[in-house]
Design a protein around this ligand. Structure first.
Ligand SMILES: O=C[C@H](O)COP(=O)(O)O
Length: 258
């Protein structure tokens, strides 16, 4: 039986609300140049995606997608169209070239009161509009890896109940977001292994899905995770493209393996 090809490492970046418009586009140009030239990307060993603020989506997609870097929104409406002032719906996001929509980030839960019902409805909205949800899951308080794994798998199961389609599960322990350091490699791998096992048992419902880690992720972490996560979901440490390059340098390319 042929050996399945290893999954490409998936590196996503959410710019949150950190950058201005021109700053976003300058950053996107640097990332596009990395995607054009870095062997980890050109060999197919790594895939990149970026989630800028809504107004930058169209120009950022114009800069990034020609080099295979997919873009996505940091949020989307539960509804597709109608009288929802200030919201942005999945059909529009799809129309302007989004591939991803992030849902369930801890900041949206904590600051904007989004709970499981809203997060599940946004996940459904993404899937029915052909967008891959980047579904953030993760425990609020620091505990043991076993507790975190149990809680996080339960959360994913709750939020994806009755839904089918490719998803990216972004494991983000809430206590590690905006921190000086990520969670320990042992903690991350225990939870990512549990999420991977859960997804693999549902591969017909959620084909080609990925489990990535976010929460103060930066250079060096992929190496410490030794392939036990499908990639990283980066925040502050991706603001400097040199850090993205350093992370890409950690990924073994087919040429480097041979
Ligand atoms: O969306 C990204 C995560 O919340 C991680 O952000 P951070 O790396 O700045 O902690």
């Amino acid at each position: 039986m042929p050996v399945p090809a290893p999954r490409p490492v998936l590196l996503g970046v959410s710019l949150k609300m950190y950058f201005g418009h021109h700053q976003t586009l300058n950053w996107a140009r640097r990332i596009a140049e990395l995607a054009r030239t870095h062997p980890a990307v050109t060999s197919g060993a790594a895939r990149l995606f970026a989630l800028p603020a809504f107004p930058a989506l169209v120009p950022a997609a114009g800069i990034l997608t020609p080099f295979g870097v997919q873009v996505g929104a940091q949020d989307l409406a539960t509804e597709d169209t109608g009288p929802y002032t200030g919201e942005v719906g999945g059909p529009l996001l799809r129309e302007i070239g989004c591939h991803y929509a992030e849902v369930g980030h801890a900041e949206r839960r904590r600051l904007y009161g989004e709970g499981d019902t809203v997060v599940a409805a946004k996940t459904a909205a993404a899937l029915r509009n052909g967008l891959t949800p980047v579904l953030c899951v993760g425990e609020r308080d620091r505990g043991t890896p076993e507790q975190a794994a149990r809680r996080t798998v339960d959360e994913a199961a709750r939020l994806l109940q009755g839904l089918t389609g490719t998803v990216v599960l972004a494991y983000e322990p809430q206590w590690a977001i905006g921190a000086p350091e990520p969670a320990s490699a042992d903690h991350i791998t225990a939870v990512c292994d549990a999420l991977r096992g859960w997804l693999d048992a549902r591969s017909e419902r959620h084909p080609d899905s990925a489990v990535i880690y976010g929460g103060s992720a930066g250079p060096g972490l992929l190496t410490r995770l030794a392939g036990r996560a499908d990639g990283l979901f980066l925040g502050r440490f991706a603001h400097d493209p040199a850090n993205v390059e350093a992370i890409l340098d950690e990924i073994r390319t087919p040429a480097a393996v041979a």
